[in-house]
Design a protein around this ligand. Structure first.
Ligand SMILES: [Zn+2]
Length: 424
């Protein structure tokens, strides 16, 4: 098992001399490999083990497997220009690198703050770069202007940590952090690694109100070209939780038929929970309140269709949580605001002017701004004290290029954003 690592995508490689390569490689062989085998004795590992003897491996590691920390920081700088995205550093690694979380949501959809929270993290094991491609596709989809993206942003809060182990990525470790510890399976340690503590505190924060975490996805990539979830047996969890797991996995699978394996492809916790994993920590603290699962994407040269996988996971999350909502008789309708402050612009699409109407329940400070698709401010339509009641503002696009624009109303701690289309 565990034979492959993908080398196909290398955006750029940092300069490094041969000695550097050799040192990294020797460190990996001497320290990391025995550690890997020690852990494997406890539980079969669902992840992909690279062939560390190949020149390809050494080159791929030097190039951060095609996606390094600087690339992440660049992508985050682009993503956070969206009015729906916020990027935070939530802690630091052993080598003091910031650990970033991108939060994606449409806060205007839910003034009562009752949406459900979805957590995802990837790149625990640096060599499993396919997890990065899947997560990046999800982020791009969530920030896009599709109906699915709008719905998801209104229904959920997404917290995504695209790179949980940036030290390992930069050092060139296939699996470990800077202390040569596998932070996927260090969660039951008496003194866990810094990265583990950061993630734990995020989980703790996100499971309290408002917006309690309902789904925790731990994204990796497996041996071979196989996509699957790691299913926990009823004997290691409960029959109720196992049934929910099966339903979640089916909800994702039905959106990417024949591509993701059935629930029983990789079975774990056959008797009792293995205590070392992030899922274990969620299980022991929150039981079936959180659907905590590992997803393994394919780890092979022909692993592709990251966008199809991303689409399936996002749709599966929505299906699952909407069903769960129905089952627990918490109506989604009650989560939605009774009245929107901000109306859809008219006409839409427009050329070159359009009218935006909004209603204020009381007098106060208001701001209405227009942003382009990259999140750059294009116009300020209203700013300052206004009376209660209905107001209108006009936007003239004559000096702008055609495309999608967002308009955002801020009033009394509420933020509402809508999109409009300018066609010249
Ligand atoms: Zn892994």
């Amino acid at each position: 098992m565990c034979r492959f690592v993908q080398f196909t995508v290398c955006e750029r490689k940092p300069t490094a001399d041969l000695m550097n390569t050799l040192v990294r490689y020797l460190i990996f062989i001497v320290i990391a490999v025995p550690a890997v085998f020690a852990q494997e004795a406890q539980q079969p590992d669902p992840c992909g083990f690279p062939d560390t003897t190949s020149m390809e491996f050494k080159l791929a590691a030097l190039g951060n497997w095609g996606y390094g920390y600087d690339t992440l920081k660049y992508d985050l700088s682009q993503w956070k220009m969206s009015p729906f995205a916020v990027v935070d550093s939530v802690g630091a690694t052993v080598q003091n690198r910031a650990m970033y979380v991108i939060t994606i949501q449409d806060t205007s959809a839910d003034p009562l703050n009752k949406r459900q929270r979805v957590w995802m993290h990837a790149r625990t094991h640096p060599g499993e770069v396919q997890g990065t491609w899947v997560v990046n596709e999800m982020i791009k989809m969530l920030l896009s202007n599709t109906e699915l993206a709008k719905t998801l942003r209104q229904r959920y809060v997404f917290n995504i940590m695209p790179m949980y182990n940036p030290d390992g990525v930069e050092i060139g470790n296939a699996r470990e952090n800077a202390n040569m510890i596998d932070i996927e399976s260090n969660w039951n340690n008496v003194s866990p690694q810094k990265e583990v503590l950061v993630l734990r505190s995020q989980f703790q924060k996100y499971t309290s109100k408002p917006n309690p975490m309902k789904i925790m996805l731990n994204i990796h990539s497996a041996y071979d070209c196989t996509r699957y979830f790691v299913y926990h047996m009823p004997a290691g969890t409960t029959p109720t939780f196992a049934a929910l797991e099966r339903r979640f996995i089916d909800d994702v699978r039905m959106n990417f038929p024949n591509a993701i394996k059935p629930y029983n492809y990789f079975v774990s916790w056959t008797s009792v929970p293995a205590t070392q994993y992030p899922e274990s920590w969620c299980w022991s603290n929150f039981k079936d309140k959180i659907m905590a699962l590992t997803y393994e994407d394919g780890n092979c040269a022909s692993a592709e269709k990251f966008d199809s996988t991303a689409n399936a996971i996002l749709k599966g999350i929505d299906l699952f949580l909407q069903d769960t909502t129905a089952v627990t008789s918490v109506s989604l309708a009650s989560n939605l605001p009774e009245r929107y402050l901000l109306e859809q612009n008219y006409p839409n699409p427009f050329n070159p002017t359009t009218t935006i109407a909004y209603e204020l329940p009381n007098a106060g400070i208001v701001s209405l701004k227009v942003y382009d698709v990259l999140g750059r401010e294009a116009a300020i339509l209203a700013e300052g004290e206004q009376s209660s009641g209905r107001h209108t503002a006009q936007f003239n696009g004559a000096s702008f290029s055609s495309g999608i624009y967002f308009y955002q109303l801020r009033f009394g701690g509420r933020i509402e954003t809508k999109s409009m289309q300018f066609i010249k």
